[in-house]
Design a binder for this molecule. Structure first.
Ligand SMILES: [Fe+2]
Ligand SMILES: [Fe+2]
Length: 140
């Protein structure tokens, strides 16, 4: 499986969000590389942990931004995030129980989910926010 290459179609135009999305793919590529090189279990566990922590950071950032902007579909967007976080956490638990529980397919699933989520769901708020960009509340 090729490492995921960032492309412009994934840009939301919101610098903080784009940076976090890029960071995500970087972590996933490291996870894939560690997996492919049969790295020590510790490396895989650390990278997986990092991924889950980063998911939380990113989803919190995104949801806080959407809340400040009164994004109407926030409840549904939150649900997508929560479901994925649950699935990833479950995959990680399965891996801790049995290392064979994680395969290349698993990593492919993570990459695919992220790409699809950005292209289909995050792009919806991009359109909403760009329509009212001039009065975007300050971050922080
Ligand atoms: Fe996102
Ligand atoms: Fe999202």
């Amino acid at each position: 499986m090729e490492p995921h290459i960032w492309n412009d179609k994934l840009n939301t135009g919101i610098a903080e969000i784009d940076e976090q999305h890029r960071q995500f793919f970087a972590i996933l590529n490291r996870l894939q590389a560690a997996f492919g090189s049969f790295a020590e279990r510790g490396v895989l566990v650390d990278t997986f942990t990092e991924l889950i922590e980063y998911l939380r950071v990113h989803f919190d950032t995104e949801e806080a931004l959407l809340e400040r902007c009164n994004y109407p579909d926030l409840p549904l967007h939150r649900e997508h995030h929560a479901r994925f976080t649950g699935e990833v956490t479950e995959l990680f638990r399965a891996y801790l129980r049995d290392a064979a529980g994680i395969t290349r397919t698993t990593i492919g699933f993570l990459q695919e989910w992220l790409t699809n989520h950005i292209m289909n769901e995050d792009m919806k708020y991009k359109d909403y926010l760009s329509a009212q960009r001039h009065d975007l509340p300050p971050t922080g």
